[in-house]
Design a protein. Structure first.
Length: 421
């Protein structure tokens, strides 16, 4: 054979196999059966491709989570009225000008106070909080929904996307106007499809003109399922927060200012009694990103590992079948002086080449998947260079691992028995 040098025998030189000859012989063995070689490498292609795609998509999704977190959650501060030691005597610790006090802090964009109104508790009659679109007739059955009393700053901080109309403003707040803003889903259930007819909702029989229908919000999703009215109007009709229900403040800030605002909000509201307020700053973005990325990595890397195991088994089976089919060739090589380790090296090289080929193709396909998804979703594709470098190496290692047993078995075939077949 071309790769053998010298003859094995008593007094003769021992045969040796050069690295270049080894590679050429291995490639020749693979190219003799190109279809089988391609199918054998397919398992590694799928495993490595899944590995690259998963890590790339996870990194890309994490960057999008960070961006969305920074745009919304990292700019949100919530202040709860705990009442401190005077909670039994003071039902509402927020001063009348609470939004203006917090609004003077550097970095605050919008701030507002809100609470769950209690028409039933104020009137003492069951059903006083039922919301209907008509006081009589078929539409008088109503919806048992939440009524939120809020200053205009709450709606502004929530970032509403209006389907129709507008949100109420300082004028409505100052004049305790009987107006309401409702979510699109609630409006549909109440049969309110347009604001051109100046529809009203009736809360315990009291009419409130609907001036806005909200399709979506950036914060406070519960507002989509509620009827929101000016807090001054709620105070005039039903009083402040009921016993056991405390008011809260929603604050939206500029990016990077939330931590500083959270640190100073309680003092700004009441310098003498800051302990009456519990300020909730935004969570740590690194912890959020780490948690999300960790969960995704563990789940999807398990899937990639399964694909690699399947690819390893596929290469091992195919290589073992090739050993059985090429028993005569192995015997001839041994008769011409090839040593057992030469046979082992040849079959290991063939399986490693299949693994490396599958790793390279899988890396390319996985990268294309990440870029394609990023383009379709209008994201920025993120693939760590180490992932691209490690993926073909993983394919190579898979091929080597799969070829160990078949190569060892091939090296153990006696030359005389092989030539008889």
């Amino acid at each position: 054979m071309r790769g053998m040098r010298g003859r094995a025998g008593r007094g003769g030189r021992r045969s040796r196999l050069r690295a270049g000859d080894l590679v050429r012989e291995a490639l020749a063995g693979l190219l003799q059966r190109p279809g089988r070689s391609a199918l054998t490498a397919l398992g590694t292609v799928l495993g490595v491709g899944t590995f690259v795609a998963i890590l790339g998509l996870t990194a890309t999704a994490s960057s999008q989570i960070d961006a969305r977190f920074n745009a919304l959650s990292a700019t949100e501060v919530t202040v709860e009225d705990t009442g401190g030691d005077d909670a039994d005597h003071i039902t509402n610790s927020f001063p009348a000008d609470a939004p203006a006090r917090v609004g003077r802090l550097h970095g605050v964009e919008h701030a507002g106070v809100y609470w769950i109104a209690s028409p039933e508790a104020a009137s003492g009659s069951p059903g006083a909080g039922t919301v209907t679109s008509s006081p009589v007739g078929d539409l008088a059955a109503g919806e048992d929904v939440q009524v939120v009393a809020a200053t205009p700053g709450v709606l502004q901080a929530a970032g509403p996307a209006l389907a129709q109309g507008r949100i109420y403003d300082a004028y409505h707040q100052q004049n305790a106007a009987e107006v309401a803003v409702i979510g699109a889903g609630l409006a549909e259930r109440l049969g309110i499809l347009t604001l051109e007819t100046r529809p009203a909702v009736f809360i315990g029989g009291r009419p409130f003109t609907v001036i806005g229908i909200v399709g979506d919000v950036d914060r406070k999703e519960e507002l989509l399922l509620s009827v929101t009215v000016p807090s001054s109007t709620a105070m005039a009709h039903w009083g402040g927060p009921a016993r056991g229900e405390r008011a809260r403040m929603l604050v939206s800030t500029r990016l990077g200012a939330a931590t500083q605002v959270a640190r100073n909000a309680a003092t700004a509201l009441d310098p003498a009694h800051p302990e009456r307020f519990k300020v909730i700053p935004p969570p740590d973005p690194q912890m959020l990103r780490g948690g999300v990325s960790g969960d995704l990595d563990q789940l999807f890397l398990l899937l990639a590992g399964i694909c690699l195991v399947i690819g390893t088994v596929g290469i091992a089976n195919t290589t073992l079948v090739a050993v059985l089919e090429r028993t005569g060739e192995i015997g001839l090589r041994r008769a011409l002086g090839a040593r057992g380790r030469h046979i082992t090296a040849q079959f290991l090289t063939e399986s490693a080449a299949l693994g490396l080929l599958g790793g390279l193709v899988g890396t390319s396909l996985g990268t294309l998947v990440v870029v394609g998804v990023a383009v379709l979703r209008d994201w920025t594709a993120v693939i760590h260079p180490l992932t691209v470098v490690a993926a073909p190496v993983i394919g190579l290692a898979t091929g080597l691992l799969a070829g160990i047993h078949p190569a060892w078995k091939a090296s153990r075939i006696p030359p005389v028995e092989a030539l008889r077949r």
